[in-house]
Design a protein around this ligand. Sequence first.
Ligand code: IMP
Ligand code: MG
Length: 180
Amino acid sequence: MRMAEGQIKEVLISKEEIARRVRELAQQITSDYAGKDLVLVCILKGATIFWSDLSRQIDLPLVSDFVAVSSYGDKTTSSGVVKFRLDLSQGIEGRDVLIIEDIVDTGRTLACLKENLLTQRPASLRICALLDKPSRREVEVFIDYIGFTVPNAFVVGYGLDFGQRYRNLPYIAVLATPTG
Ligand code: IMP
Ligand code: MG
């Protein structure tokens, strides 16, 4: 992609690999949630592209909802403070909730969101993350569905940004410029 020339150090996961893995995850979710009252909770903004591709391949009636949480601003390291900026538009009590996230880094965002959603008494609450960066974990959080495990590098593309840029790259890449 021309816009990213010179800015990308390395493509970590190609668009074909992502497509294949998203298809596998969707098949797994379709079989695991057959007959359930599935609610996908997409975390804005990074998970939107993953949610968009994944949800369209889940062959079940489902509801999609969105939450916005942020702990980063334009920096590449967590502030440790997770802020809720947009809440669910429907109740989730008694429903089977699957959180859709782009990447699990320190784990703080998901630990905090999970705790918050559990107070609403869903029938079940699981997590599906496209990327897992376990080397950076500070808070333990179990991820039920993982797309790929990535090394300790700041990655962009397929929804993930650096200062709101690069979300539209069709692959997952490491930036050329030091960003931390
Ligand atoms: P955590 O709370 O530290 O797990 O942070 C998770 C959030 O930080 C993700 O939803 C991303 O928005 C952001 N994040 C963490 N690592 C990266 C990265 O390598 N690239 C882009 N965003 C990241
Ligand atoms: Mg995010």
